[in-house]
Design a protein around this ligand. Structure first.
Ligand SMILES: C[S@@+](CC[C@H](N)C(=O)[O-])C[C@H]1O[C@@H](n2cnc3c(N)ncnc32)[C@H](O)[C@@H]1O
Length: 291
């Protein structure tokens, strides 16, 4: 008998909560983990009541201007740990989609591979609006150099047009991983209902592609979350990679976009979120809106 779809939001650390879920009970994971630019702990709290400091900065510098390679190493270890916990609760052949900043995607992919997943593909979420160009010139540093005015002018002229290496960001990566199948693809499909993509699902009327063009969502007044992903994109991923009535899991639920997308597409959802304020936002979105 098919179970009616359910939405279950759990407040807690996914590293504790995933261990409590039944093994082989999840058909798809879609998640947008913390990237360690903001830290894993108290730093992920901007806009929440228990906010100790503004996030989005590392050591006081704006996002994107400072990057400690050790953050990538720690991210890989963390994803490896969470990945192993996810692997246990997923049915064979199930897919997992992990959003990632492009410069951290390799670390995330290796973490997932070490946890037992096959890396199937690298997908791109492509957007054109809100793609701010943040590169800047070094003129203000030149102003502070111990040079006379003439040399400063000459140096600035020689560096005209040169900016910090930050191209206008127009895509985010998504790693498509898969738990190994049991038997042939058809055996696995018959036993678990996973392992194939739904080629009839499309964002643009063409065959589903690795580049998914969806604009960034508008800021909702009640949603203070920093990194809300587009609902249309999550609905597309869910329809592409799972079937109605199956269970979608998001261990880093944030403001609940995955749960809303699952609800809109007749899937069940288990969402885990560490911060109570985001849990409340997710619950409010589920109660009051389908967007
Ligand atoms: C990048 S955001 C996800 C945002 C989400 N995509 C959305 O549309 O709202 C990552 C979320 O993971 C949460 N988080 C961080 N560490 C966690 C942990 N160990 N367990 C559960 N949630 C965690 C953060 O509070 C944050 O809301």
């Amino acid at each position: 008998m098919t179970q009616r779809p359910f939405i279950r939001i759990i407040h807690g650390d996914c590293r504790d909560q995933l261990a409590k879920l039944k093994p082989e009970s999840v058909h798809l994971v879609i998640t947008d983990p913390p990237y360690f630019l903001d830290g894993l702990d108290g730093a992920w709290k901007k806009g929440t009541k228990d906010s100790p400091r503004a996030t989005g900065t590392i050591g006081g510098l704006p996002v994107g201007m400072k990057f400690d390679p050790q953050q990538g190493v720690r991210l890989q270890q963390f994803i490896g740990h969470v990945g192993a916990l996810l692997h246990r609760v997923m049915v064979p052949g199930a897919f997992a989609v992990f959003f990632s900043q492009p410069r951290l995607a390799h670390r995330m992919a290796v973490g997932l591979e070490d946890a037992g997943f096959n890396i199937r593909d690298l997908l791109a979420w492509h957007f054109t609006t809100k793609a701010q160009f943040k590169a800047f010139s070094h003129n203000h540093f030149i102003d502070k150099m111990p040079l006379n005015e003439k040399d400063k002018v000459a140096l600035k002229k020689s560096m005209d047009g040169l900016k910090t290496p930050q191209l206008r960001p127009q895509f985010e990566t998504m790693i498509l991983a898969q738990k190994k199948k049991q038997g042939t693809s058809i055996d696995n499909w018959q036993a678990f209902g996973t392992g194939f993509i739904n080629a009839n699902e499309s964002l643009d009327g063409k065959a589903p592609s690795t580049v998914m063009v969806v604009e960034k969502p508008k800021k909702e007044t009640y949603n203070s979350h920093l990194t809300v992903k587009p609902l249309v994109l999550k609905e597309h991923l869910i329809k592409l990679l799972s079937s109605p009535h199956q269970v979608v899991l998001d261990p880093f639920l944030g403001s609940g976009t995955t749960a809303l997308a699952a609800n809109n597409t007749q899937r069940s959802c288990i969402g885990i979120e560490i911060h109570r304020d985001y849990v409340s936002i997710a619950q409010q979105r589920l109660k009051t809106t389908s967007i």
